[in-house]
Design a protein around this ligand. Structure first.
Ligand code: DX5
Ligand code: ZN
Length: 223
């Protein structure tokens, strides 16, 4: 299994002190930034100017998760900010292959997300266009929700398809990831874990990141 990566979500951080909050997750592999437009999801967070400043000051790679309508129009502008990856939702793109190519052309990794009720099978033939696939393990929109175990079979099927393809893309899960749930997601085949409240909701976010990683790596070594 590939190494376990932890991407804390700043949705659960203090929005008045974002630079300081970034420094509290030095043990993480990247920072996950949730962009919501109050149309694709019933919540509103931040947009291009704030993501630009995060990208400017972050020493960690920036993983942008766009929960916005009309991704074809807006996602390329995020790739232009020099972030590591831009994730758009399949449900919000009219032309996901074209969009993934556009993101890569602008120097970002291309990633696509699926809501819990969206099947992965229609997208398996476009895996080569992607660097990362995100399977949502809650309905997108809010932090602090409970992990949906019903996504585990989809994670398994997706992992099998990735292995069968021989492609290097990684499989991310987002929503309800805690020290209790991360193992189920890892055993099903996820290798990149977004965690908001279980990292920033603690006194020591860097230690919380290490603790999540430890659960996966310790168990894997014991298998
Ligand atoms: C939810 C966001 C998540 C959120 C996860 O729509 O995409 O990234 O921050 O928060 P937790 O880890 O608290 O479920
Ligand atoms: Zn997210």
């Amino acid at each position: 299994m590939s190494p376990c990566r932890i991407h804390p979500s700043i949705l659960s951080a203090d929005f008045a002190n974002l630079e300081a909050e970034l420094h509290r997750i030095g043990t993480a592999d990247a920072v996950h930034v949730d962009v919501m437009d109050n149309h694709f999801v019933p919540n509103l967070t931040l947009g291009l100017p704030v993501v630009k400043r995060i990208a400017d000051v972050s020493t960690l790679p920036v993983d942008v998760h766009l929960m916005i309508e009309d991704a074809d129009r807006w996602a390329p502008d995020y790739a232009d900010l020099g972030v590591d990856s831009v994730t758009f939702h399949a449900e919000a793109s009219a032309a996901p292959v074209r969009l993934a190519r556009e993101l890569r052309a602008r120097g970002s990794k291309a990633a696509m997300a699926l809501r819990p009720a969206t099947a992965v099978e229609p997208y398996l033939d476009m895996l080569e266009e992607l660097d990362m696939l995100l399977l949502m393990t809650v309905e997108p929109g809010f932090g602090g929700q409970s992990f949906l175990d019903l996504i585990l079979p989809k994670i398994r099927r997706t992992r099998a398809a990735i292995e069968g393809s021989g492609l290097p893309l990684v499989l991310q899960v987002d929503g309800g990831i805690t020290r209790e749930t991360i193992l189920r997601a890892a055993e099903a085949g996820a290798d990149v874990f977004v965690a908001g409240s279980s990292v920033y909701g603690t006194e020591d976010p860097a230690a919380a990141v290490d603790a999540l990683r430890h659960v996966v790596e310790h168990t894997e070594s014991g298998l």
